[in-house]
Design a protein around this ligand. Structure first.
Ligand SMILES: [Zn+2]
Length: 292
C-alpha cells in the first residue's frame, strides 16, 4: 500500500500538469469507488479548474477553484498516471479518468478496486479524523511523548493508526522501529524519554529517506521509486542486519507482516515475560500473538 512518501511522490508527479487546468470530463468505470457517488463526483469536478494539489495523510487532495475538494485514496493498489498515447501497451485496470481542457487525461488505475475518490465541499469532513502529519512542525518530540504515554498500546499498531499519526504504513513503521531499536510489541507507555526521542527521529528519517528515493516500488502497482533498495528491515527477513549482523526475522503483529532484528530490537520485558523460555521459537510465538 502506498504510504506518505509514495503518495507525496504521486502528488509531485501529477501536480505540474494538473494545477490551473480545467476538468472537462470525468468518467467512472467502477462506480463503487466514488463517494458520495460517481454522478456527484462528476457534477462536482467537471467545469472546475484545479487550484492546488497536495497530500494529507495518504490522500491526494485536489483543491478546486469553486471551493470544492476531490480526494483520492490509493489504498492497496491505486495509482494515478497520465494517459500516454504513445505507450506500447494501454494502461490496465482503469477505474476512472479525468479529461483536461488541453486534452490530457489523468487515469486512476486500481487492480484491486479498493481505492476511493471522494468529492466534498468540506475538507474537514474527511480529514478531521486524521492524526498529526509526522513531517510537520506540529509533530514534536513532546507531542509524540504525550501521544505514547496516554495509551498502553503495542508500538506497531499504534504507528499504523491513522487517527494518531497520519501517513505511516507497514513499510515505514518497520523501518522506524528498527532505526529506533524498538520492538513492535513494546508498550507505548513504557519506552522512556530516550526511546521517544529515538522513535521521533527514526520516523522522520525513514519518511524523509522514502521521499528522497521517490518512495518504494515494492510491488507492481507503484513503479518508479527506489526506497526498496535502502530498506534496513522491511522485507529483509533472512538477511543480515546492517547494524549488527544478526538475521532479520519476520513476525506477525496485529495481522501485519513485520520485520525486526532480534538483537537491535529486543523483545520487551514485563510481568508476563517471566515465564519466557530461552527457546527462540517460543519467544517468536509470543511476539506473534495478536496485538490489541
Ligand atoms: Zn541488528
Amino acid at each position: 500500500m502506498p504510504e506518505l512518501p509514495e503518495v507525496q511522490t504521486t502528488v509531485n508527479q501529477i501536480a505540474p500538469r494538473l494545477v490551473a487546468r480545467t476538468i472537462t470530463a470525468f468518467e467512472s468505470l467502477w462506480a463503487k469507488n466514488a463517494t458520495p457517488s460517481a454522478p456527484a463526483v462528476r457534477r462536482g469536478v467537471v467545469g472546475r479548474s484545479v487550484r492546488a494539489v497536495s497530500r494529507r495523510a495518504k490522500y491526494v487532495v485536489v483543491e478546486l477553484n469553486d471551493g470544492g475538494w476531490m480526494l483520492v485514496h490509493l489504498r492497496m493498489s491505486g495509482r494515478l498516471e497520465w494517459h500516454d498515447p504513445a505507450a506500447d501497451e494501454p494502461a490496465r485496470h482503469i477505474r476512472a479518468a479525468w479529461t483536461l481542457d488541453n486534452g490530457d487525461r489523468l487515469l486512476f488505475c486500481d487492480a484491486r478496486k479498493f481505492g476511493r475518490i471522494v468529492y466534498t465541499r468540506s475538507l474537514d469532513s474527511v480529514t478531521t479524523r486524521l492524526g498529526v502529519e509526522p513531517l510537520s512542525d506540529e509533530f514534536t518530540v513532546e507531542r509524540l511523548a504525550a501521544l505514547l504515554a496516554a495509551r498502553s498500546r503495542f508500538l506497531k499498531p499504534l504507528l499504523l493508526d491513522q487517527s494518531l499519526i497520519a501517513g505511516i504504513g507497514n513499510i515505514y513503521a518497520d523501518e522506524s522501529l528498527h532505526a529506533a531499536g524498538l520492538h513492535p510489541l513494546t508498550r507505548s507507555d513504557r519506552i522512556g524519554p530516550a526511546g521517544v526521542a529515538a522513535l521521533h527521529s527514526a520516523i522522520q528519517s525513514a519518511l524523509r529517506q522514502g521521499l528522497a528515493h521517490n518512495g518504494a516500488s515494492i510491488d507492481w502497482v507503484y513503479p518508479g521509486g527506489e526506497m526498496q533498495q535502502h530498506f534496513a528491515a522491511y522485507g529483509r527477513d533472512g538477511q543480515a542486519c546492517a547494524r549488527c549482523g544478526d538475521t532479520i526475522i519476520a513476525l506477525r503483529v496485529g495481522q501485519r507482516g513485520t520485520h525486526i532484528c532480534p538483537t537491535c530490537q529486543p523483545a520487551p520485558r514485563g510481568p508476563r515475560r517471566g515465564k519466557r523460555r530461552s527457546n527462540n521459537s517460543q519467544e517468536r510465538a509470543c511476539a506473534a500473538s495478536p496485538a490489541s
